[in-house]
Write a protein that binds this ligand. Structure first.
Ligand code: TXA
Ligand code: MG
Length: 338
């Protein structure tokens, strides 16, 4: 899987490369040619494309099987570059100064002269933008010299990937080239904050928590539980977004022998076919980092269901529960998934 193949166009096997000088050069060359490259960020792996190229961005939707009206996050090195494309107001400046580079996405109005593909905005006048902290993502951005559109590197409706292997399992040959930066440190997607209007709105909870945002810019409106199905303002909030194919049972107090168990804390329930403890010590950061890998690993045909022990709604626990509730929600195949 790691070897390069001379017949790239028809290659069935993606090329997974350790991030050395040659791999960065090859990744940048491919991106400049409009190809997709998956790369690690501190949150999850992104499926990257040149954000200024409509064709390249369209390939993302094709590879993901993602409905067109779902907007994409654009990755830039920092606030200076973000201000070239969006109306980067005082609130954005304050938040970027504190949290960038890092796991915070800001939804802002596009500038009139914005060169980013309109496909990234999915018909909206806004753009979601963030500066990732991961050194591989930063180096890639500097080598390629253009902003990168990158949703999570999974098929639409699948679980977000936190390793290069997850990417190949989900996308297969749809992503021909992957920079392997090891497992993602945070393991859950960035916080999405909508600053496109006068009121700041939290659209997706993530590693940067609401209280810390409010310290910088004052009161924000929490829209994370409020988005009705089909609300195009933030399609990623649709209920069945994060869905393994096994049924998921939340707040389990007992577990059957044919089930997998996602445990949390020092006393995992006994009797599961397979148990993954997100954190024996009850550490939310550790739990978040393991969450998607656990869902991937327990999403196996030999398990009847995945039982999940309850996780306190505190700090990062709120974001973890949000992900788990979406994974457990009844499937609605007519709904848009990202
Ligand atoms: O951590 C992350 O954010 C990862 C890494 C790769 O950076 N990316 C990611 O992208 O999770 P994606 O496409 O899977 O999720 C993007 C989220 C969706 O919920 C989408 O609806 C929302 O951001 N979004 C993007 N653009 C938006 C916009 N203009 N207005 C409102 N929501 C937007
Ligand atoms: Mg996603």
């Amino acid at each position: 899987m790691t070897r390069s193949t001379p017949t790239r166009t028809q290659s069935a096997e993606p090329e997974i490369r350790a991030p050395d000088d040659a791999a960065y050069a090859e990744a940048a060359r491919r991106l400049q040619a409009g190809e997709l490259v998956a790369f690690p960020t501190e949150t999850v792996y992104g499926l990257g494309a040149d954000a200024t190229s409509d064709t390249a961005v369209a390939r993302i939707f094709e590879a993901k099987g993602r409905p067109r009206f779902n907007p994409l996050i654009v990755h830039v090195p920092g606030a200076a570059e973000a201000a070239l494309h969006t109306r980067f107001d005082a609130r954005a400046q304050a938040l970027a100064a504190r949290f960038w580079p890092g796991p915070l996405t800001l939804v802002l109005q596009r500038r009139e002269d914005c060169r980013i593909s309109l496909l990234c905005s999915a018909g909206l006048s806004t753009l979601a933008i963030r500066a990732p902290r991961h050194p591989v993502a930063q180096r890639l951005l500097s080598e390629v010299g253009c902003p990168l559109a990158a949703p999570s590197a999974n098929r639409s409706g699948g679980v977000s990937p936190t390793t290069a292997t997850h990417v190949t399992h989900s996308l297969g040959a749809r992503v021909p080239f992957i920079l392997d930066g090891g497992p993602c440190r945070i393991g859950l997607e960035s916080t999405v904050l909508d600053l496109s209007g006068a009121t700041a709105r939290l659209l997706r909870p993530g590693a940067v928590i609401a209280q810390d945002l409010e310290t910088e810019i004052g009161a924000i409106e929490d829209r994370t539980g409020a988005a009705p199905a089909g609300d195009l303002r933030s399609p990623g909030l649709l209920q069945s977004h994060y869905a393994p194919s096994r049924p998921l049972r939340l707040d389990a107090t007992s577990v059957r022998p044919d089930e997998g168990l996602i445990a949390f804390g020092p006393a995992p329930l006994p009797g599961a076919a397979r148990t993954i403890n997100l954190s024996a010590g009850g550490d939310f950061v550790e739990a978040a980092a393991k969450l998607f890998a656990a869902l991937h690993e327990l999403d196996r045909p030999d398990l009847a269901a995945i039982a999940v022990m309850s996780i306190p709604e505190i700090g990062l626990g709120v974001a973890i529960n949000d992900r788990l509730r979406r994974a457990a929600a009844p499937r609605d195949d007519t709904a848009a998934k990202v």
